[in-house]
Ligand binder design. Sequence first.
Ligand code: NAG
Ligand code: NAG
Ligand code: NAG
Ligand code: NAG
Ligand code: NAG
Ligand code: NAG
Ligand code: NAG
Ligand code: NAG
Ligand code: CU
Length: 564
Amino acid sequence: MAFRIGLLSLLGFHLSSSTLAHPQQSVTTRSACENTPQSRSCWATSFDIDTNYYEEWPDTGRIVEYSLNIAETVLSPDGVPRPMITANGVFPGPTLEADWGDTLVVHVTNSLPNNGTAIHFHGVRQLNNNQNDGVPSVTQCPIAPGKTMTYTWKATQYGSSWYHSHWGLQAWDGVAGGIVIHGPATSNYDEDLGILVITDWSHETAVQLYPGVLEIAFSIQDNGLINGTNTWQDKGQRWEVVFQPGKKYLMRIVNVSVDHHFKFSIDGHTLTVIAADFVPIKPFTTTILNVGIAQRYDVIVNADALPGNYWLRAFPALLCDVNKNPSNIKGIIRYDMGSSMNPTTLPWPSLDINCDDETQLRAMEPCVALSPGLADEEGNIDVETFLEDQKYWKWQMNSTSFRGDWGNPTILQVHEGILNFTQENDVIKLERPNEWAYFVIETDFIFAHPIHLHGHDFYLLAQGTGKFDASTPLNITNPLRRDTAMLPLSGYMVMAFKADNPGAWLMHCHIGWHVESGLALQFLELPNAINATLDADQLTSTCIQWNDWQKDYNLIQDINDSGV
Ligand SMILES: *[C@@H]1O[C@H](CO)[C@@H](O)[C@H](O)[C@H]1NC(C)=O
Ligand SMILES: *[C@@H]1O[C@H](CO)[C@@H](O)[C@H](O)[C@H]1NC(C)=O
Ligand SMILES: *[C@@H]1O[C@H](CO)[C@@H](O)[C@H](O)[C@H]1NC(C)=O
Ligand SMILES: *[C@@H]1O[C@H](CO)[C@@H](O)[C@H](O)[C@H]1NC(C)=O
Ligand SMILES: *[C@@H]1O[C@H](CO)[C@@H](O)[C@H](O)[C@H]1NC(C)=O
Ligand SMILES: *[C@@H]1O[C@H](CO)[C@@H](O)[C@H](O)[C@H]1NC(C)=O
Ligand SMILES: *[C@@H]1O[C@H](CO)[C@@H](O)[C@H](O)[C@H]1NC(C)=O
Ligand SMILES: *[C@@H]1O[C@H](CO)[C@@H](O)[C@H](O)[C@H]1NC(C)=O
Ligand SMILES: [Cu+2]
């Protein structure tokens, strides 16, 4: 069960860890700044919404501890029973919650009979902490059945995100939950409703669907879930919340779909968007928000409509998604707790069916204004699909389809002195400290991909359809920074980041099918500095446990499993 040592220590319990040295101090700093509904921009004594969180963050001295038990279970989120793999038996998994500057300690136990597992904390920078990034074949061996691995990381950023398994298709069979790091905000609100997980949903498991996806390149989903619940025919129930008129509610929307983009809206209400991924932005309002896979938006909803019942909708972007029940993915906002009526159906907001996020991105301006340095290194990365055996759809980035070895992760090799990786190993090296790397990611295939980079918020310098060429303007004046952005169909995106975080960082498409079939590569960043960041005992013992188990169990890594 999840529990918080932080709370215990505030209540005066003394734990034997030396990192809990200053609980007193954190109490006094907290009272110096009242982060209240009227003053959400401040935080502790010397931090606020303008703090450059890549360079400084509070040190609360507190540890927040959670245990996640990964096991097979059967749940009926929309009334139809389905085998799932979950954290602590629930979907979404328990929300990991902490304050900016806390240290999270997450014990993950693999209680599965025949799968490995590993947990990735999506969007967390993991500065000098690559080993806690949770990617099998890259930053660790999978956790073997019956074994536990402890992840430790510091919340240097704040906002909303999610954690998920990075092993096989587990994330899309249910191993996913929210992360909330409390911190300042660019606009005031009264109440924090927490993470709202939106996902596409099928009555077959992702593992069952995958062979079909290899043959037709996409899946047909039955339904969708709003924070783990929905209806199906006459079964199941809808997610609901009751608003008090005049209050402002914060909702932290996270899209964890396997392959659906959603248009998010609430009938009769506008949305004030205040953060994109872990990056606070200048508030802007919209009625429909495009949420790509793995992207997050913090939105404030003002309960200013006439009392009544209203639909909250997540409508799939039908140009790239196939869903049998697109207009059923809804929850209910009520103003009267006693009401059990369905909302009156207003006309659908005018929806486009596109899967891109470019138009809306122009309105998003980071609050902490930063600009990238000039390019020290430039490269092109093509995203392509190919037919293996003239029959199976596979994906590649820069002409290789990712294939990692569960039992021999990149950083174990680095630890053993192997640094001669090449593009054949799906590796791009960034060797000079603080160099700025610019990459043009392109595709000429009619498919949009949410591209996610580990270990960084990247600067999104350009994004569009058609061919990128030397005349395409780059936005280098406080462009949007984030960790996931859409590569438009038959288009390009240009990203930039600074090589300041030693490690092997995965970059991949977040469509479950695509990453499983090779749409990934890894940046080997500051290779000579990686070994010094590693906890060799943990790295090697997890690998010994895994390799022993894999040999005993005789589990062969399928040719269609990228290993990440
Ligand atoms: C992982 O577990 C699922 C559910 O039991 C199973 O269907 C799948 O085959 C397992 N994956 C591997 C690679 O063994
Ligand atoms: C969604 O579910 C998570 C996990 O149970 C919970 O922490 C959160 O409060 C829920 N969010 C909303 C908006 O209901
Ligand atoms: C993986 O792809 C190969 C062809 O590349 C195919 O023969 C095999 O059946 C596929 N395996 C699964 C589990 O779909
Ligand atoms: C989730 O992401 C997928 C894929 O990018 C997208 O199709 C879907 O619309 C997104 N969901 C929401 C609520 O935006
Ligand atoms: C892509 O691969 C080629 C070799 O095929 C390599 O020369 C090039 O540097 C790679 N791209 C990047 C951005 O590293
Ligand atoms: C990595 O560091 C460890 C000490 O933690 C050392 O024993 C090992 O030799 C180093 N490996 C390399 C390749 O330098
Ligand atoms: C890297 O070096 C090892 C020996 O140290 C060798 O076995 C391996 O083939 C080399 N890999 C590449 C890609 O050159
Ligand atoms: C650059 O990006 C910022 C933030 O997204 C935006 O406000 C600005 O208008 C963009 N500038 C150009 C020239 O596109
Ligand atoms: Cu993709």
